[in-house]
Unconditional design. Structure first.
Length: 319
């Protein structure tokens, strides 16, 4: 079956109709509206596809993307990032919200991969738990750190499905939460103080720095400082991993491009007519983003192996 989402060169021996279909699908994925695509097709090629032909094309594309979405997960993924996007979808005569959940993993070779795209409907503990269990069913193993925002449902689901994994609260989301309770005139100043906390060389030094920030602002900004001290430990987990990985495992920024593209494309569509059309477009975008990621190694995973080796030597020396 042809791959409609990779942007590969068209085989010179393919039928013209098939090549045209691939180009039209790519145009749709890139954000051109369905109506505009039809207008361009008729103007350039004097071709109007019948409803049955369009239906067959949609089914073929949908099946290929479904197979990619449900593919077996091969190898271990020490780092797992979780996030979701809320998308509008029509339910009968009304427009409702559908939460699409995403999982991005970093493989043992250091590459990012989109491991899961899942219609969670709402971002609840049950939805996240079902999603994570579906990843395990596809043989996801080796998860050591899960990075996400402070969603209670995510944290509880991770505790159930990956009890051995550590969790990292996204540092960027955390700082935004702290700054929400800070007056505009002080946000730049307090923001710089927060960044200084996470610029320390160890978790202990970060705690000391946070204590100083707390002492400085506790009378002026009690609500903000309460959030800081209550959530601090959740944001310091990354210190347990290689220093060379810290900047990339303390936030969900590695998913930023993917989430941004999903939001951009779904905004063009507006409200999807059904779940299948939503998953078709979202999965195609996710697959295209993964292929872009595959061109460059994200992390040097030898650093993690070296850290494990040092830990093993220390345990052996103690015993």
């Amino acid at each position: 079956m042809a791959d409609f989402t990779t942007g590969r060169n068209i085989d010179r021996y393919q039928r013209v109709e098939g090549s045209l279909e691939e180009m039209l699908v790519e145009a749709y994925i890139q954000g051109i509206s369905t109506r505009r695509i039809q207008e361009l097709t008729e103007a350039l090629c004097d071709l109007r596809r019948s409803p049955s032909a369009q239906s067959r094309l949609n089914q073929r594309i949908s099946e290929g993307l479904r197979q990619w979405r449900e593919r077996p997960i091969v190898g271990q993924y020490p780092y797992l990032y979780l996030d979701g996007v809320v998308i509008s979808m029509r339910w009968g005569q009304s427009v409702e919200k559908l939460a699409v959940l995403f999982a991005v993993g970093v493989s043992e070779e250091g590459y990012r991969e989109v491991l899961g795209v899942f219609p969670g409907y709402i971002e609840s503990e049950d939805s996240w738990r079902e999603f994570l269990r579906s990843l395990v069913a596809r043989e996801l193993t080796g998860v050591r750190l899960v990075v996400s925002d402070n969603h209670v449902g995510i944290k509880k689901a991770v505790e159930t499905v990956f009890p051995e994994a550590k969790t990292q609260r996204c540092m960027v989301h955390f700082m935004r939460n702290v700054l929400l309770r800070v007056p505009p005139r002080l946000r730049k100043e307090v923001g710089a103080a927060l960044k200084a906390i996470f610029a320390q060389e160890s978790a202990e030094e970060a705690r000391v720095k946070a204590g100083r920030v707390f002492e400085r602002y506790m009378k002026l900004l009690p609500a903000s400082m309460k959030i800081l001290m209550q959530g601090l430990e959740e944001t310091l987990t990354y210190y347990s991993f290689p220093a060379g990985h810290w900047k990339k495992i303390r936030t969900t920024n590695c998913m930023e491009r993917l989430i941004k593209e999903i939001r951009r494309r779904t905004k063009v569509v507006g409200a999807f007519p059904d779940e299948e059309s939503c998953l078709l477009l979202v999965t195609a975008r996710a697959k295209a983003q993964e292929q872009a990621w595959s061109q460059r190694r994200y992390l040097n995973m030898d650093l993690l192996k070296e850290l494990d080796l040092e830990a093993a030597k220390e345990e052996l020396a103690i015993s």
